[in-house]
Write a protein that binds this ligand. Structure first.
Ligand code: PXL
Length: 264
């Protein structure tokens, strides 16, 4: 019997990030992917690939959650980009309708196409309504600085301190991702379980950001959890899966490459 992995996230029209990356990841890791769409992001190639953002109507998000959770007994879900306070309201409400074994939250904070005021409302709603429900959350450096209220994260101790502060917002496990911006030759992530921190390292694959890396990591954690792994094991395997996907990345006419989930 196949295990189900559920994702509530946005579409990114080039297919590199968002729900397209999530569902490819689930498929590669042998989980049956079920998806609920929250918004549509279409980069604008005529305007420096800036983000054009359109939310899916809140009631339509609620309807999708109802359909998905009624059809199957889902117990493992990834939350990706939500985008507006109204979407966050219905997703938080939908999540509270049943018990979950795991809720993996990728705290996608800002989308460049949004007005700053709206983005701040969205950050606050995410922090208050979604983050406390998370069993695992996976902030990148920017999100970690914002959520932890730290101006600078440039050492492993900073990563651990950020994880500790974010855990106080409610998530049981916090994975802070150093990414290419973090100093040094390694891509360093910290996994904090509420007591102890484990440092995960892999050599950086170039210095450029690769689209879909964050989405893929959180989706791979979700698929591994759906397939029965413990959190620590799921995070370790997800990092290996994502690193292999970055190595095998695809390029086209956009000024960024994208993770290929078939890399492993
Ligand atoms: O990588 C973050 C992300 C997540 N989800 C959607 C996105 C993006 C970034 O562009 O568009 C839908």
């Amino acid at each position: 019997m196949v295990n189900f992995a559920y994702v509530i996230a946005g579409s990114e029209a080039t297919g590199g990030a968002g729900i397209q990356a999530d569902l490819r990841t689930f498929q590669q890791l042998g989980a049956y992917g079920v998806g609920t769409l929250t918004c549509i992001v279409s980069f604008d190639p005529k305007a420096n690939w800036s983000h054009r953002f359109v939310p899916v109507e809140a009631q339509v998000v609620a309807d999708q959650i109802e359909a998905a959770t009624s059809a199957y007994d889902l117990d493992t879900v990834k939350i990706g980009m939500l985008g507006t306070p109204a979407t966050i309201d219905v997703v938080a409400d939908g999540l509270r309708q049943q018990q979950w074994r795991h809720i993996v939250v990728d705290p996608v904070l800002i989308c460049k196409g949004q007005e700053p005021g709206a983005a701040l409302d969205t950050d606050t709603a995410l922090r208050r309504q979604i983050l406390p429900l998370a069993t695992v959350t996976t902030p990148n450096l920017f999100e970690a600085r914002t959520l932890a209220g730290m101006e600078e994260i440039s050492t492993v101790d900073d990563l651990i301190e950020a994880a500790r502060r974010i855990a106080e917002l409610g998530p049981r496990y916090v994975v802070v991702k150093g990414g290419v911006e973090f100093p040094g030759d390694d891509a360093v992530d910290v996994l904090f379980d509420g007591d102890d921190a484990e440092v995960l390292r892999a050599p950086k694959v170039g210095d450029a950001r690769v689209a879909g890396a964050g989405c893929t990591l959180a989706a791979a954690i979700t698929a591994e959890l759906a397939n029965g792994s413990e959190v620590t094991e799921a995070v370790r395997r997800a990092k290996e899966f994502t690193t292999a996907g970055i190595v095998a990345r695809v390029g086209g006419n956009a000024p960024f490459d994208a993770v290929w989930q078939g890399g492993q």
